[in-house]
Design a protein around this ligand. Structure first.
Ligand SMILES: Nc1ncnc2c1ncn2[C@@H]1O[C@H](COP(=O)(O)OP(=O)(O)OP(=O)(O)O)[C@@H](O)[C@H]1O
Length: 423
């Protein structure tokens, strides 16, 4: 940033304009394409969701055949952040292109029921997306659906209607509106049933609570989206890094750290959105510090600010017993002394035993130490993984999920003092 010289030739403080111009004009050393990190960006390649794209293709391919007359329904179900919207959107984009290439007329409308919560708003959204001139007043939603169906009939078209966050609609709409949507062909008589559905839900119970006469017309097949494992999240983050970050700006250790936090097999939620958000914040922290690479430290700091579970993790430690806290304190000492994020199990065990002597405590045996570390991992404060090749034999590597700062250290010491004073 250039500093302006004042009248007697000294450097003067930069103005707000200088600061902002400098930030806006400077090329990021970390990000190469921020828009590919936006949450509604749909990458062309969705690691570990190829099978779901295939399932959707199998369900809907018959719609491309001439004279196809049935209304196809499928439910896409899974927890938040498991790729339901991204995968369905990717399917929709490509399926429509293929249909057009084959001369089949297919329109696809993706509605978010969080925004369009009523049948009326859903019908208006479809009409708008089909560029149908329907008056915004004076017509019922059923009448608008009739206009939509006539439009499709006249053009010999099929419509795939994706109702995203469909549980919002089920939980708020009157029973007769849900009934109309599910059994539209009881209300509209048509030889060719031109409206098919994809119902996206993240809470299966809202579906199963439905009256059987409605449920049977919705839950005709279910495509399940499981929470991502840590390895799957690593692949997703790696692929996104290649699209949106400067080459080499993200260390694999940082990706591995974030993947281990959120991987379902490691006790995380399996939520790709949370993992990507943490990656973005880690990049912003590194950029703000003027770093040229995103490290585990940046990822930890990001986790500390993004992960909604952090306050819960510290709350969990209030229930930790003295020896669990001594294990944490031993790990803090080792990480600070060796300046290494990960510590081998045996090294931690020795440090813990020395610490017990300092505190006049009888060290727990190996199996109890192991059980305490498993419990601390469940609390979300520790990460463990098996060492890879290159280490003598296989061992467990242990690290913190939170940034190691004085605030965390003081918190642990105060908890230990509390346990010691009450003995
Ligand atoms: N397999 C994947 N490959 C690349 N990005 C993914 C993948 N799965 C999810 N994402 C990304 O993670 C974020 C969340 O995905 P998405 O919105 O599809 O989840 P969802 O299951 O629909 O969640 P919700 O139920 O909360 O709407 C999006 O930014 C999406 O691009």
């Amino acid at each position: 940033m250039k500093l302006l010289l004042n009248s007697n030739g000294e450097n003067s403080r930069p103005t707000t304009k200088d600061i902002l111009n400098d930030v806006i004009s400077s090329q990021s050393s970390i990000f190469s394409c921020r828009k590919k990190l936006e949450l509604d960006y749909v990458p062309s390649f969705l690691p570990h969701r190829e099978d779901k794209i295939k399932e959707l293709g199998i369900v809907f391919k018959d719609i491309l055949n001439d004279g196809y007359i049935r209304s196809i329904r499928t439910v896409v179900m899974g927890k938040t952040g498991t790729g339901k919207t991204a995968t369905t959107s990717a399917f929709e984009n490509e399926f429509k292109k293929i249909a057009n290439e084959r001369g089949s007329k297919v329109e696809i409308v993706h509605v978010n029921c969080h925004k369009q919560r009523t049948l009326y708003l859903i019908s208006l959204e479809i009409a708008n997306r089909l560029r149908l001139p329907v008056p915004t007043r004076g017509l019922s939603s059923q009448e608008i659906f009739k206009i939509i169906h006539d439009y499709l009939e006249k053009r010999n078209m099929h419509l795939i209607l994706t109702l995203d966050e469909f549980n919002q609609f089920i939980d708020t709409a009157p029973q007769e509106e849900i009934y109309f949507l599910a059994r539209i062909y009881d209300e509209i008589s048509a030889t060719t049933k031109r409206i098919s559905y994809i119902f996206i839900v993240n809470d299966p119970y809202s579906l199963y609570r439905l009256d059987k006469s409605i449920k049977d017309h919705i839950v005709q097949r279910v495509i399940e989206f499981s929470p991502y494992s840590s390895n799957e999240l690593f692949d997703i983050l790696k692929a996104r890094t290649e699209e949106a970050f400067v080459k080499g700006a993200i260390l694999d250790d940082a990706l591995r750290f974030i993947s281990d936090i959120y991987g379902q097999d490691k006790g995380g939620s399996g939520n790709a959105r949370a993992a990507i958000e943490t990656l973005v914040v880690a990049g912003e922290i590194a950029e703000k510090q003027g770093a040229f690479m995103v490290t585990v430290e940046h990822a930890k700091e990001a986790n500390g600010s993004v992960n909604p579970e952090v306050p819960q993790i510290l709350d969990n430690l209030v229930d930790a017993d003295l020896h669990q806290l001594l294990i944490i304190k031993a790990l803090i000492q080792l990480v600070k002394r060796n300046r290494n994020e990960e510590v081998q199990m045996g090294t931690l065990e020795n440090e813990y035993q020395k610490l017990c002597i300092d505190f006049g405590e009888e060290p727990r045996k190996h199996t109890q130490i192991y059980e305490n570390i498993r419990r601390l991992r469940q609390y979300g404060v520790l990460n463990t993984r098996q060492s890879g090749k290159g280490m003598r034999g296989r061992t467990t590597l242990i690290s913190f999920t939170l940034p190691l700062d004085s605030k965390f250290e003081d918190f642990v010491n105060s908890q230990i003092r509390g346990r010691m004073s009450s003995r």
